[in-house]
Each structure stands twice: as structure tokens, then as C-alpha cells.
Design a protein around this ligand. Structure first.
Ligand code: AR6
Length: 179
């Protein structure tokens, strides 16, 4: 298993699955969600609408999977991060659930690579330091719990410099990343 840290636009990655920081409607939005829908083309929205027709809405902390359509990524895993309300509304647990359930879906599909954006740290205003701790710790726990997983490469994709520096520091502290 390799953990990678990169700064840039997640839509450019050629991996088995990109994770999207979506909202409960799965109908697109701003931030990374808007960028993924733009790059994947209108078929992605149709696929999301089909899912919503079946399940009504995607609950916070849950994840669903669609094809990647015009992306280089084969699949998009749409997960809904928590909106930050101060920290006593189970926000860290819900964020951990986004990472855990996305990894479960990728493993269920027997994928070998997955890329995560910094879920909830944009429009949803989750504090970046805490979000990085939750995501790195959840991914580490999942790897330990699933030693025989098909997943071989996990990418943390940071769009902004601040998140990149936070991840670099935290991955180094945990000996998960060598520059
Ligand atoms: N590639 C990688 N990361 C990106 C990109 C990109 N192209 N664009 C932004 N980011 P946000 P949220 C980073 O706001 O906080 C949408 O409207 C960004 O710098 O995209 O989970 C949804 O529909 C930040 O670190 O998602 C929801 O309504 C991270 O992605 C709402 O926003 C997440 O920022 C979800 O808010």
C-alpha cells in the first residue's frame, strides 16, 4: 500500500476512483463537486439523478458510486461531508465515515487506486487541521483493518497550499510519507 500526497486539481488524475465532496442532493454544486461534474460531462449528473430517484437523498457520511464518464478516472465515489457547526454535532465521526465508506466501496469494486480531496474543508468550513487528522487516521485504520484489500494506492489531493502543508506535516509525523 502506498499513500501519496499531491497538490493540484483532482479531476486530472488517472486513478480507478476519484472521491467527490458532494451534497445530499448529489446534483452538483461549487468547489471540487463543480469541477468533477464539469470534467465528467452531463452523463455524471444523469447517473446521480438515477441514484437519487432510488434513495431520495444521500445522507451525510454516506457514499455512492458512479462511472467517471469523460474523466480519466473510471469511477467517481460521491460522499457527503458534514457542514461544520462547531464540532458538537458529530462532525468528526461523520467525516471519518466519508473516508471509511468510500474505501469500502472502492474495495467492493476491487479497485486498486483512489484519490481523495480534502472533504468538507471548503464551503462546509470544517477546520483543516482536524479534517486532516480525521482523514489520515481513518485511512490508516482502514488499511490496518483490511490487510488483503485490492487497494494499492491512496492519494490525498490538496488543492490549496495550506491543506498541502498540513497533510505533509501530519503524514511525516505518522511516518506515512517520505519526501
Ligand atoms: N481538485 C481538488 N480539490 C479541490 C478542487 C479540485 N478541482 N476544487 C476545490 N478543491 P469544497 P466541501 C478543494 O468546497 O467543503 C459543493 O458545492 C477545496 O480547496 O469543494 O465538502 C458541494 O456540492 C477544499 O479543500 O467541498 C457541497 O454543497 C476541498 O476541495 C459543498 O460544496 C473541499 O472543498 C461541499 O463542501
Amino acid at each position: 500500500m502506498k499513500i501519496h500526497l499531491q497538490q493540484g486539481d483532482i479531476t486530472k488524475l488517472k486513478v480507478d476512483a476519484l472521491v467527490n465532496a458532494a451534497n445530499n442532493t448529489l446534483l452538483g454544486g461549487g468547489g471540487v463537486d463543480g469541477a468533477i461534474h464539469q470534467a465528467a460531462g452531463p452523463e455524471l449528473l444523469s447517473a446521480c439523478k438515477e441514484i437519487i430517484d432510488k434513495i431520495g437523498s444521500c445522507a451525510t457520511g454516506e457514499a455512492v458510486i458512479t462511472k467517471g464518464f469523460q474523466l480519466d478516472a473510471r469511477y467517481v465515489i460521491h460522499t457527503v461531508g458534514p457542514i461544520w457547526h462547531g464540532g458538537d454535532k458529530r462532525e468528526p465521526n461523520l467525516l471519518a465515515s466519508c473516508y471509511w465508506k468510500s474505501l469500502e466501496l472502492a474495495a467492493y469494486k476491487e479497485l486498486s487506486s483512489i484519490a481523495f480531496p480534502n472533504i468538507s474543508t471548503g464551503i462546509y468550513q470544517f477546520p483543516k487541521e482536524l479534517a486532516a487528522e480525521v482523514s489520515i487516521d481513518t485511512v490508516s485504520e482502514w488499511i490496518k483493518a483490511e490487510p488483503d484489500t485490492s487497494l494499492k494506492e491512496i492519494y490525498f489531493i490538496c488543492y490549496d497550499e495550506e491543506n498541502f502543508q498540513i497533510y505533509e506535516e501530519k503524514l511525516k509525523e505518522r511516518h506515512l510519507y517520505d519526501l
